[in-house]
Design a protein around this ligand. Structure first.
Ligand code: SF4
Ligand code: F3S
Length: 110
């Protein structure tokens, strides 16, 4: 089991999750973060910290399909260990539908 970042992170990217992870297993894309499934120790502390409720255990309904996305991009994007500045319009995107199509595959700054 692992925790995974799901669709609602896209374009919200609040990054509160990064601050609490004891093993620094978040990776940064241009408009989303992901969790490395092999590095996550399933502690669960990041889940309640996300204002977008985008972090779920992979056993939860709807989360399983994000496991491969988290695995793929955690191997391509840089590690992030400190919270950066959230997008200026992050709140406007919170809860919007259809954000998966807006995922940028570009790496973030890490
Ligand atoms: Fe990090 Fe724990 Fe969240 Fe896994 S569940 S990403 S180890 S804070
Ligand atoms: Fe994304 Fe939530 Fe972290 S929006 S960057 S998973 S705090």
């Amino acid at each position: 089991m692992t925790y995974v970042v799901t669709e609602n992170c896209i374009k919200c990217k609040f990054m509160d999750c990064v601050e609490v992870c004891p093993v620094d297993c978040f990776y940064e894309g241009e408009n989303m973060l992901v969790i490395h499934p092999d590095e996550c120790i399933d502690c669960g502390v990041c889940e309640p910290e996300c204002p977008a409720e985008a972090i779920l255990p992979d056993t939860e309904d709807g989360a399983e399909k994000f496991l491969e996305l988290n695995r793929e991009y955690s191997e391509k994007w840089p590690n992030i260990t400190e919270k950066g500045e959230q997008p200026a319009d992050a709140e406007e995107w919170n809860g919007k539908e259809g954000k998966l199509e807006m995922l940028s595959t570009n790496p973030g700054e890490g």
